[in-house]
Ligand binder design. Structure first.
Ligand SMILES: Nc1nc(=O)c2c([nH]1)NC[C@@H]1CN(c3ccc(C(=O)N[C@@H](CCC(=O)O)C(=O)O)cc3)C=[N+]21
Length: 363
């Protein structure tokens, strides 16, 4: 076991807006809070103060840590493996469809600007399409393109019968209006599920969205495939973004969980998270959720993919949840990387296949 795993990246560079031990005053001694950094050896406690109101008194001692250490370790929810299974299923379906009606599903991906991470994601999506036999069409436009140019491509893809799914990689350059662009994608080809009509339907009982956003759908798929019950459980979603937190909460509610959303203005987030049987975290703050926030036996889906610097080594990816602490408390947890990320891409392929099936009325 490597206790130092989460501990060595620069926590101070990433102060949190939650009342977590990441949001700390390192300047002076206040009160009696003794919390080590995520995954750090608890015998080397640091004296820190939470920024939440009122200040907490919370002590992590060496004794507690050693108790935790003897506890069983959580099951690892292997998103990479499940995503591979799903890709295999999609491969079979794509070839069945091709053999039966001669149609190959097609995904159009638009990348505007030169962001390195976006370029990597788009490349991975293209590779994933190839791996299952889905056609991919890629458009790359320079950062300073006009919004009308993007809209023209979207309109052409909307009309193109070889294209069954359209994805505009986010974030867009600042001068573009995301709302105009997402609204322009045909509701029947909105494989990202970001069109307001799809989100609206997701929120309504008795309505069915054409597509569900890929990342939240991947989270629920993991819970299903591992056989975790959602119905009747207390679920907490941390984060309220349009693309993950909010739709994840709506999906959990549709699955009959009792859902609470915790966000940057929530008071006592740790207390609320501690009640949850299921936690989905999507905030983008490295190691924000500590072991002490989690209910023993909870199931944790960590959507965060946060690059952190460790002793000036190349960037490493960590989640929103301090994995080393959490795995001693919870019953199951997704790793980062290898958890939700690969599922997001698998769900994109699944949405593209469903779209082609629906358009061609193929069961
Ligand atoms: N219109 C749009 N749709 C998106 O779905 C969308 C987007 N814009 N913008 C950016 C985010 C981010 N995203 C990820 C997908 C896969 C991984 C993934 O596969 N990650 C791997 C490895 C990551 C690595 O090693 O770099 C993992 O977690 O194991 C991560 C992030 C989709 N996004």
């Amino acid at each position: 076991m490597n206790l130092a795993d989460c501990s060595s990246h620069s926590a101070t560079a990433r102060l949190l807006h939650f009342g977590s031990p990441g949001a700390i005053y390192l300047r002076r001694f206040v009160g009696s809070l003794h919390v080590g950094r995520c995954g750090s050896n608890p015998t080397h406690v640091k004296t820190l103060r939470l920024r939440s109101n009122p200040p907490k008194t919370l002590t992590v001692t060496a004794a507690m840590a050693s108790e935790a250490e003897v506890a069983a370790s959580a099951k690892i929810i292997d998103g990479k493996m499940v995503a591979k299974e799903i890709r295999d299923e999609i491969t079979t379906e794509v070839s069945r469809m091709k053999d039966a009606i001669g149609v190959v599903p097609g995904l159009a991906v638009m990348l505007i600007g030169e962001r390195k991470d976006s370029a990597t994601y788009v490349r991975n999506k293209k590779k994933a399409c190839e791996s299952v036999g889905i056609n991919s069409f890629e458009v790359r436009l320079p950062e300073d393109s006009a919004e009308t140019e993007v809209l023209k491509f979207i309109s052409d893809f909307n009309d193109d019968p070889a294209v069954h799914g359209i994805l505009v990689q986010l974030p867009l350059p600042k001068h573009m209006n995301e709302q105009n662009i997402l609204n322009a994608v045909s509701i029947e080809k909105d494989v990202d599920g970001f069109h307001p009509l799809n989100i609206g339907r997701l929120a309504m009982r008795g309505r069915e969205p054409s597509f569900v956003p890929c990342t939240p759908k991947g989270c629920i798929e993991l819970l299903h495939r591992y056989g975790f019950q959602i119905k009747g459980k207390k679920a907490v979603v941390i984060g309220r973004s349009n693309i993950v937190g909010m739709p994840a909460a709506l999906l959990l509610q549709r699955e009959d969980a009792t859902v609470t959303i915790v966000h940057s203005r929530t008071q006592n987030p740790e207390q609320i998270v501690k009640e949850a049987d299921i936690v989905i975290s999507a905030v983008g703050q490295p190691d924000m959720v500590r072991g002490t926030w989690l209910k023993p036996g909870a199931v944790v889906i960590d959507v965060g993919i946060n690059p952190v610097e460790v002793r000036r080594l190349p960037l490493r990816l960590v989640g929103d949840v301090c994995y080393e602490e959490a795995r001693k408390v919870v019953s199951a947890i997704t790793p980062v990387p290898g958890g939700v990320g690969p599922m997001t891409i698998a769900m994109l392929l699944s949405n593209t296949l469903s779209s082609a099936k629906r358009i061609h009325n193929f069961q």
